[in-house]
Design a protein around this ligand. Structure first.
Ligand SMILES: [Zn+2]
Length: 420
């Protein structure tokens, strides 16, 4: 890994949505700019990339706390999701986009239902989204077929949407909720459409045991048999994998979305990220849905990502700050198949840039900028957000969305849902 060093007194220039200059301010003096942003006291970073969420679940934030995963899902979340209408999903997605923009996330990978309206929220907000319409079979083959068709139709219609800011993946929910036959079809369709796959994988130790009893193999071995892992795969969670499982993920270049906060909150355990990274697996960071986190702040996730690994291995050397910052940026971009376009500040890449205000007590002194970003910064320190060269937030004012109106609508929708 080529280590990048921060540029002091730097400047970034963009044109037509792309980065045209990155370097010392002193070398940028002859650049003619239509608009200049004075970033004194701020750090320009690549926009953060959230590799796993279900963004409309902002509406369920705080609704079901301190429950085990199966109770949380079956008693609280699924009954509420059954009442969701597409306009509610749009409202929840807008609230999530607003939260992400304000905390420096420029791109997110989502798996949910009615992704078409989530794509519309991405378009309106100015963000970048890698969206997958979820596919759950749960023993009902007709349902599985129907959802596969919807996922395929979404990918056909929305891959490249919003000037290319939306790309699509297929979204088989998990190995335990989709049959091998369905997963084989997902793989075939993904090949046909030339898109990747976003899936939950090995989310809890309990499920892991149940799955092995039922199928006689681990979830990873099971997916490997369906050939699904041969596609570009984004696998969220990956807790408690065997060495053989990890080797399979490495062999097939599976991308892992490490989701530390939601895994801790639901008491599910910790992914062995050091082992995966040592095997060459690419790891990005995810928040998971706001109902199981309860935040979309990737600065918080970076901190938790590092701390949980140090605790898991009882070793403070595991997952250093520089590596965590890569997970939230360039590794995340790679996990979403976007590393040629975003994830770092380089000439020729799309201009997805955030400015973090370091003129704050908790961010001084500045011995190690990576340490301050991972351990001390918060989403609320983000001052300016640029996506595709367009200013989406400046001086903490979001330009693309009406903050007050969205919060009001989301509050009303969340309460309406409970009374339906
Ligand atoms: Zn999830």
């Amino acid at each position: 890994m080529k280590k990048r060093t921060p540029i002091k007194d730097g400047a970034v220039a963009t044109k037509d949505g792309k980065i045209t200059f990155v370097g010392k301010n002193a070398f940028a003096t002859n650049i003619q700019a239509e608009k200049k942003i004075n970033a004194k006291g701020k750090a320009a970073l690549p926009g953060l990339i959230n590799c796993h969420t279900h963004v409309p679940m902002t509406l369920f934030r705080g609704i079901a706390e301190d429950q085990p995963l199966d109770v949380w899902l079956k008693k609280a979340i699924w009954p509420l999701e059954a009442k969701l209408r597409s306009e509610d999903i749009y409202t929840g997605a807008l609230l999530g986009c607003l939260e992400m923009i304000k905390s420096g996330t420029t791109c997110f990978a989502d798996m949910y239902f009615h992704e078409d309206v989530i794509a519309k929220a991405v378009e309106k907000s100015g963000m970048r989204g890698v969206l997958a319409e979820g596919i759950i079979e749960a023993g009902d083959k007709t349902l599985g077929e129907k959802m596969l068709n919807e996922s395929v139709n979404f990918a056909r219609s929305f891959h490249g949407y919003a000037d290319g800011r939306v790309t699509a993946l297929l979204g088989p929910h998990a190995a335990y909720s989709c049959s091998p036959e369905l997963l084989i079809k997902v793989k075939e369709k993904a090949s046909e459409l030339n898109v990747g796959v976003h899936i939950h994988l090995a989310e809890s130790k309990e499920m892991f045991k149940e799955f092995e009893q039922r199928y006689g193999s681990s979830e990873v071995e099971f997916l490997n048999k369906t050939d699904l892992l041969n596609r570009h795969v984004l696998a969220a969670h990956c807790i408690d994998l065997s060495v053989e499982d990890m080797q399979l993920l490495s062999k097939d270049n599976v991308n892992v979305a490490y989701v530390p906060v939601a895994n801790m909150k639901l008491g599910l355990g910790a992914a062995k990220i050091k082992d995966l990274v040592d095997l060459g697996v690419n790891v990005g960071l995810g928040t998971d849905g706001p109902a199981s986190n309860n935040s979309l702040d990737l600065f918080e996730t970076m901190k938790m990502a590092a701390l949980l690994q140090k605790l898991t291995y009882s070793n403070p050397k595991v997952l250093p700050v520089y590596d965590v910052s890569r997970m939230a940026t360039i590794n995340g971009a790679k996990a979403l198949g976007l590393e040629r376009n975003v994830g770092s500040l380089e000439v020729g890449k799309k201009a997805d840039i955030i400015l973090v205000d370091f003129s704050k007590p908790h961010l001084r002194p500045l011995h190690n900028i990576y340490a301050n970003i991972v351990y001390s910064a918060r989403g609320s320190d983000v001052d300016t957000v640029i996506v595709d060269g367009k200013i989406v937030m400046e001086n903490q004012q979001v330009k693309t969305l009406d903050e007050q109106a969205i919060m009001k609508k989301a509050e009303k929708t969340a309460w309406d849902l409970l009374s339906r």
